[in-house]
Each structure stands twice: as C-alpha cells, then as structure tokens.
Ligand binder design. Structure first.
Ligand code: ZN
Ligand code: ZN
Length: 265
C-alpha cells in the first residue's frame, strides 16, 4: 500500500479470539451483532489479527505497534512478527523507530524480549499518558513494567500531536487508553489512518456508539470512535484498525443510507 511515496505494509504476528457478544456492544441495542454475523465464526467468536505496520518514509523504517510476542495462552497467540518483517526484507537492526498506538499487551509483544530491546537501533515513542498509566503508575501491572521498563533509555514520550517522521504524525485519541494515538500517514492530498484500538472490529465503523470492554474510559472511547468514523466516512481516507482482518486497509462509505467499511480490493 502506498500513500504518495510512503509505503505502509502490514506485519502479522498472530491471532486473538474473543467472544464478540461479551467484548463489543452498543448500549441500548439488544443484539448489536445480529446483523454482523459475517464478521464472526460459527461460534460467535471474533478473530482479531495481531501485529503491526511497517511504514517506510524517506530514510526511516518505522514500526507502528509490535505485535503480541511469543505467547500462546489458547486465546491469544503470536510469534511470527520477525519472520513477517524478514519477508519484507527488514531486519531488527534496520528499524529506526517503533511507535505505539497504546501499551496494551497485544501491541508491545516484540518491544523487548528477555529484558533486551528487540530493535537495537530504534527510538521508541508513545504518548506520555500511556507511559504514565502502564509503566510509572504505582498500580501498574508487573507484566507491563517487565516488558516495557527496558525501553526507558531508548524512549521518547510525546504529549502533543507531533510529527514522527516525514509524512507521519501522531494524533491523541484518548478513551481506549489515556494515551491512545492514531497515526496519520499523509503525502499530497492522500491520507491513511492507523486507528490502533480506537476500533477493534470493522463493525465499529458501520454504526455509532459501540463500546469495548477493553476501553479504560468507555464514554470517552465511544465518543472518540464516533468522531473518527464521522471524519473518515465518505472521504478518500484509507483506514485500518489494529486488529482488522489481514490488517487490510479500506474506506468507510455510505450506500443506501448504510455506512460500511469496504476493504480495498
Ligand atoms: Zn487495546
Ligand atoms: Zn489491541
């Protein structure tokens, strides 16, 4: 996928499985999934692809999120990330920047391994509010501190909407987590938005007011979800969520009064 001269490629790591009815709902709507069974398997399970995105811009090799890592707990499994990168011709040493949409475990799996950074030449970047919440807070989870603590010497946090690299900017979209960030790739009049977990399933772009049990601030997350969906709907913007099928981009279009996410063919 190209936006002008900037290349964006999915980097698959593994898959997660969630009971859709338990994790995503629309308050006030009885069976919000009834018209979306095409997004689920025969058991009502939503498959969440896990991984990240490789963005090549100028002389920079940027990773947006770093998969789930080498876990397999029966529900979430990963392990393919570095092989997927190698298939793109990229070694860990080549990566200049690792930026996180947020610090949930399924986005930071390959940040470090056994206490060592996986991408030895990279600068790691995340919104300051997520670093504070997931790593510095007195009640931070030990697992997150263990995974992310070793990044400290290579970390740059940001607390405004900054330019990360040529054509790549960060936009604060709090709600799912305090520092949730959408990364926008732009060149000329073309834009692509990497939505992270502002949305988990494409259905959250079909209708307003979806809520996820993973949202740390459900009200803010729902409002942000609506803002982003309204902004990109019926525009030329390409969008992808962090867990969309195949990590494939698409557009949000309205046809016959119904809003849909349509994969690029
Ligand atoms: Zn998340
Ligand atoms: Zn996630």
């Amino acid at each position: 996928m190209k936006i002008g001269s900037i290349e964006i490629l999915p980097v698959l790591d593994g898959v997660g499985r969630e009971n859709a009815h338990e994790v995503l709902s629309r308050p006030g709507v009885d069976d919000a999934w009834s018209c979306h069974s095409d997004q689920l398997d025969e058991h009502g399970v939503l498959h969440l692809d896990l991984g990240g995105f490789l963005v090549r811009t100028g002389d920079r090799v940027v990773l947006v999120d770093a998969g789930v890592g080498t876990i397999d707990n029966g529900q979430y499994s990963g392990g393919k990330f570095l092989r997927s990168l190698a298939a793109r011709g990229v070694t860990p040493e080549d990566v200049t920047d690792v930026v996180f949409t947020h610090l949930h475990f399924d986005h930071v799996g390959w940040a470090t391994s056994k206490g060592q950074v996986v991408f030895p030449h990279a600068t790691y970047r995340v919104h300051a509010a997520d670093w504070a919440h997931f790593v510095e807070a007195p009640d931070a989870q030990p697992g997150a501190v263990r995974k992310l603590g070793p990044l400290r010497s290579r970390l740059e946090t940001f607390d405004t909407d900054v330019s990360i690299a040529p054509g790549l900017t960060a936009r604060h979209t709090p709600g799912h987590t305090p520092g949730s960030t959408v990364y926008i790739v732009a060149d000329g009049d073309q834009r692509a938005l990497l939505l992270g977990d502002v949305v988990h399933s494409v259905v959250e772009l079909h209708e307003r007011d979806w809520e996820a049990v993973f949202d740390l601030d459900p009200v803010a997350a729902r409002a942000m979800r609506n803002v982003i969906a309204d902004e990109v709907a019926d525009s030329a913007d390409l969008v992808v969520g962090a867990h969309f099928p195949g990590l494939r981009f698409g557009r949000v279009v309205t046809a016959s009064g119904t809003r849909r996410f349509q994969h690029l063919v």
